[in-house]
Ligand binder design. Structure first.
Ligand SMILES: [Zn+2]
Length: 135
């Protein structure tokens, strides 16, 4: 059975990170759509779920492996960027009582300063631009 499956899948693309993510999405959407009897608007989730499922199957059985690989790479990069952003937000939230965060008006670099020092002159560590803010 397994061998048969392997032979069937050879030359096809199969499952990657993006498929796993889409699978979870399909599941979530289908579960949400179960409440459509309660709120008819939710039936749209059923159709989105079905479309995603079809797209996922298309990716799995696709023979254009380089194109699918490229899609997956894009997805993995995007996910990585979100993880980094989320991590930064968490760190910032943890320091919200002791520090303030300002963006440099020139290069948009975020600068962290200790709170409660009144008006201070901040020097951007990246471009050396000075700007005054309340801390
Ligand atoms: Zn700067």
């Amino acid at each position: 059975m397994r061998e048969k499956m392997q032979r069937f899948m050879s030359g096809r693309y199969g499952v990657d990170e993006l498929s796993k993510f889409l699978n979870i999405f399909v599941l979530v959407f289908l579960v949400i759509s179960m409440f459509a009897g309660w709120l008819p608007l939710l039936s749209i989730f059923y159709w989105i779920g079905i479309v995603l499922m079809i797209y996922n199957c298309f990716r799995m059985f696709s023979r254009n492996t380089s194109k699918r690989y490229e899609e997956n790479q894009k997805f993995v990069n995007m996910r990585y960027r979100y993880v980094v952003k989320w991590d930064r937000m968490k760190k910032r939230f943890a320091q919200r009582r002791t520090h303030r965060f300002y963006k440099c008006p020139d290069c948009k670099q975020t600068v962290r300063v200790p709170k409660g020092r009144g008006k201070i002159c901040i020097t951007c560590p990246k471009c050396r631009k000075e700007f005054v803010r309340r801390s």
